[in-house]
Design a protein around this ligand. Sequence first.
Ligand code: ADP
Ligand code: MG
Length: 559
Amino acid sequence: EAHEETFTFQAEVAQILDLMAHSLYSNKEIFLRELISNASDAIDRLRFERFSRPELADDGERLRIRVAFDKDAGTITIEDNGIGMSRAEVIENIGTIARSGTAEFLRALKDDKRADTELIGQFGVGFYSAFVVADRVVLTTRRAGLPAEEGVRWSSEGRGEYTLETVERPERGTTIVLHLREGEQELLNEHRLRSIIQRYSDHISLPIVMPSEGQGDADDPPTVNKASALWTRPKSELTEQDYRDYYRHISGDFTDPIAHLHAKVEGRYEYTMLLFVPSRAPYDLYAQQPRHGVRLHVQRVFILEDTGQLMPSYLRFVRGIIDSADLPLNVSREMLQGSRALDHIRSSAVKKVLRLLKDLARKEPEKYAEFWGEFGAVLKEGIAEDYDNRAEIAELLRFTSTHSPTQDADVSFRDYVGRMKEGQDKIYYLLAPTLAAATASPHLEAFRKKGIEVLLLGELIDNWVVTGLLQEFDGKRLQSVAQGVPDFGDLEDEAEKEAAEKASADFAALLGKLKEALDGRAYDVRVTSRLTTSPACIVANEADTDFALAQRLRGSGLP
Ligand code: ADP
Ligand code: MG
């Protein structure tokens, strides 16, 4: 007795479905990429669960994704023999509840009309792209390990509600039938579908099979894609386009990566890594729990999405895969904690990424500037986070400086040191709540007059950078211009020093009065040579927290 139940989509999901149906026109064919990508994930998950659940053991069935179409019925079918879904999972994953990226997707779409369909993959709303070309979608699924009677049929016309029904389904996995909209019939064409699959899904490491027109399922349908894990193929065989397509597949990002590295390492440990630096920050870069973008494979089998084990937090924008030959196939998250092989792989991957960035900065400074604009603030966290690589990270930092005419962060410590004046032994910086405040600061006056460059640090994280560097870069001490008596070292000129001393003596009476008036509120009142046009300024005591920082910490609620 078939018993159908009707459910209502949450408002945000309904909104997305409506958009899919009525507003997304460019690249309609990406629905196939999204559904194939889900099928591939589902098979990856099955292989992974097999390690820990003997009842799911390999039954000899070939793991594959199947695409078929029926001209008469006006349907396209995408099927996988992966993990499948239980009733509760169907409701949770593609039903009632809006997933985490849903709201962001709607927001991004508002900001960037032109990108439309391209944004889908990034926000975890790929399944709904079925409604770009279909006005009715029927998904039938059965979770691996559950009995045949616990199959589920989900069906929707994408208009605010869907139905669920329990069905008999002997085979595990998921079948999705798209009933194409009026006007989408041109998709019901073998050549067309084949070329879409090859264009967007060639790199999927599982076979995507498609029966030829009129060919029954008994025949062995031909494989449409290359079906080999891209990273296992030799570099010489791969084109830039191959890498770009693969990046899209794993990241969901539609902009090209800014750089990538592909390395096969042999020796004590054997592993392959294929890592990408995106050109744009993902929406969740600063989320409480941002996705980490490097996936772990063992002997080509997908093991887990990175949750921080493969890349440190300050490199959380890196996307890609690491495939180890040494870890056991049944490795668990817990086992990874103390794994020597993994420690080794991780530290070598980090070094390689830092070197990739260094090369990018040297060979393609404009691209590096772009990178810095997107991820610089995140990379800075590395100074505090990664003690071992501190020196390498310091070389990658860029700052605004009094030397450059613009507010761009384009000066490295290295540039600064190269321009230091004869006799200058310190790197001067000014921390301020904003760049505008830094530029206008009276603390700069004396430095401007002497022609000494000052780095302008306008981000909260900059304080941790300065502290984290242990006050030093390349043997040069970092010195705040807003702390203590300005110390110009050998740059101090004798005449100025005498003038300042004389002024102090001349104004001794006034200083005494001011000190009295400010008693308890100021530590000291001094005559200074640090100002040229401003009459007075407040400085922090040498031993105290930098003034700008103290103000900021107070604002941020930190102790
Ligand atoms: P994402 O793939 O980014 O998670 P999607 O909208 O494409 O977002 O898919 C939503 C979820 O639905 C998936 O995370 C998965 O849990 C489930 N799902 C979709 N297709 C399948 C499938 N073929 N087999 C099993 N689960 C699926
Ligand atoms: Mg998906």
